[in-house]
Design a protein around this ligand. Structure first.
Ligand SMILES: CC(C)(COP(=O)(O)OP(=O)(O)OC[C@H]1O[C@@H](n2cnc3c(N)ncnc32)[C@H](O)[C@@H]1OP(=O)(O)O)[C@@H](O)C(=O)NCCC(=O)NCCS
Length: 135
């Protein structure tokens, strides 16, 4: 396997909170799939850290793929141990498959004020010559 792309994103949770207050569930529905919306959070702060982590993870995946897709074409779910996993849908899934990308790894962390995520796209071998992501 070879690395096809990497991405990182940092979210200011205070700013995210202002956007969330203004747009509420409309904002969440744009960013998160219904399966990602499941789950309970201790309080608003914990929820914003979760939301910021998902937002950062999706931005990091866009960067690793070097293209933007619909937010909900990137799905971040959690294993039973809490580790984040990436699934692609729709045009993101099609484009990644055409580029030979077989897996995307992501890691998330948050503090009181920030959420950060890093993503790495992997492919089985170097197919950059025939990739639609090639320059
Ligand atoms: C996983 C762990 C390291 C998180 O550290 P933390 O300082 O409490 O929290 P951070 O803000 O840095 O990270 C939180 C994110 O870690 C990720 N995470 C949680 N469990 C994880 C795991 N087992 N493996 C990888 N990532 C994990 C999640 O994405 C989580 O954010 P989310 O709940 O919004 O999805 C901590 O809960 C832990 O030590 N768990 C037990 C040991 C373990 O499973 N370690 C695996 C990594 S070595």
């Amino acid at each position: 396997m070879v690395t096809s792309g990497v991405g990182i994103d940092l979210v200011d949770l205070k700013r995210l909170g202002l956007v969330w207050q203004r747009w509420g569930s409309h904002f969440e529905r744009r960013i998160l799939t219904s399966e990602e919306c499941r789950g309970r959070h201790r309080n608003t702060r914990a929820y914003l850290a979760f939301l910021g982590g998902r937002f950062a993870a999706k931005e990091a995946v866009f960067k690793a793929l070097e293209r933007r897709f619909a937010w909900r074409d990137i799905v971040i779910h959690s294993t039973s141990a809490g580790a984040p996993r990436v699934a692609l849908r729709g045009s993101a899934e099609t484009a990644a498959r055409r580029a030979g990308i077989t897996a995307i790894l992501v890691s998330i962390s948050h503090t009181r004020n920030h959420a950060v995520a890093q993503a790495t796209a992997l492919r089985d071998h170097d197919v950059s010559e025939c990739s639609e992501f090639a320059t």
